[in-house]
Design a binder for this molecule. Structure first.
Ligand SMILES: *Cc1c(COP(=O)(O)O)cnc(C)c1O
Length: 354
């Protein structure tokens, strides 16, 4: 039975992308060779890298606006240090909205002064801090647009005179935003784009080249831009699958089209969470994520029963992150409205059974 995959990451990808990707592993472009056994400098693969970079900028509406897209390795976690390595001269500001922000802060502290402009730690990161002030002497301000673990999502973004850096790992390409308000966006592929192993970095070129420290080649954004994301052997398969997902999204009508579906999925699930007395949402309503919905049973004694009903219904990946417990339904772009419907039916069935 095909599962309804609510996994937080690595996560569900479109079925048609899976089909094309598996074909390319056997025979890439009718070449008689596998995608993963040819040179990354071959004409066919260079075209893949160029297409993937170009599609990423297209979707974000950042073409011709001074931005470059890179596909790097080391995950979003590598960006925690690469951002600071390349941009932190004296002092940077971080908005602390959860585990991933904390990890970013920890790495940045190796490179300079770091201040937390605000934090939602006091309430278990179940909300997004608002109304905080941002000092104007920062090298940059770093935020996390969607907090995968807690199920909170930023709906508006701080403005200031410093570059705005955003970890968009778990909601990139899911909703329309003015992406030009960000100077650097990064996202590990495995949440909404492709297999683990590559990370998309979209960077405005004019923020680079301002720190005085020497930067090792592989960690240097400027060098990666010069080498067109081919400084060393890129993660050919993850980049190829990411390209396919970006094409899939384009054929669907882009971010505008997928956003409508994502909103429907989130509305369906959150209204069940709110109306069904068996469940309680974790995140503050106004800050709820359309990608990751976190919730708990109001009566923990029903856990075994609910879990077995989910299992029977083919629901996969619903357990909350080990640090917060409860449940988390991740509704990334490739998850269908039908899958959310199946989950919601199981939740109301639990209520009927009492
Ligand atoms: C998953 C995730 C990360 C970590 O990504 P890796 O690619 O595993 O390093 C960082 N930030 C956010 C918001 C995430 O969801």
């Amino acid at each position: 039975m095909k599962k309804h995959n609510f996994s937080a990451g690595p996560c569900i990808l479109p079925q048609e992308v899976m089909m094309k990707a598996s074909e390319a592993v056997l025979d890439f472009n009718g070449s008689g060779l596998s995608l993963i056994e040819i040179s990354h400098r071959s004409k066919d693969f260079v075209a893949v890298m160029e297409n993937a970079r170009s599609l990423a900028l297209d979707h974000l509406g950042l073409k011709g606006k001074g931005y470059q897209a890179l596909f790097l390795q080391g995950g979003a976690s590598m960006q925690f240090l690469m951002v600071a390595y390349n941009l932190l001269e004296k002092k940077a500001g971080y908005l602390n909205t959860g585990t991933w922000s904390n990890n970013a802060i920890k790495e940045a502290k190796l490179f300079g002064d770091v201040i937390e402009v605000a934090s939602s730690k006091d309430k278990g990161y179940n909300y997004i801090p608002k109304g905080f002030s941002v000092p104007n002497d920062l090298d940059y301000l770093h935020i996390t647009s969607n907090n995968t673990i807690y199920g909170t999502q930023m709906k508006s973004f701080p403005k200031g005179n410093m570059p705005l850096i955003c970890d968009m790992s778990s909601d990139i390409f899911s909703r329309q935003l003015d992406f030009s308000q960000f100077d650097l966006i990064y996202a590990g592929a495995q949440k909404n784009m492709g297999p683990a192993g590559t990370t998309l970095v979209v960077v405005k070129e004019d923020i680079l080249g301002k720190v005085t420290r020497k930067i090792p080649s592989i960690l240097n954004y400027q060098l990666q831009i010069e080498k067109e994301s081919m400084f060393n052997t890129p993660a050919v398969f993850p980049v190829y699958v990411s390209m396919l997902t970006l094409e899939w999204l384009q054929n669907l009508g882009g971010i505008a089209a997928i956003e409508k579906i994502n909103n429907k999925k989130a509305q369906l699930l959150y209204s069940e969470i709110d109306l069904n007395p068996m469940f309680k949402g974790y995140a503050k309503k106004e800050d709820r994520s359309i990608m990751n919905a976190t919730f708990n049973l109001t009566n923990d004694k029903l856990k075994e029963e609910f879990d077995s009903m989910c299992k029977e219904g083919g629901i996969n990946g619903l357990n909350g992150h080990r640090s917060v417990g409860g449940y988390r339904a991740s509704m990334y772009n490739a998850l269908s409205l039908d899958s959310v419907g199946v989950l919601v039916d199981i939740m109301s069935e639990l209520e009927r059974k009492g």
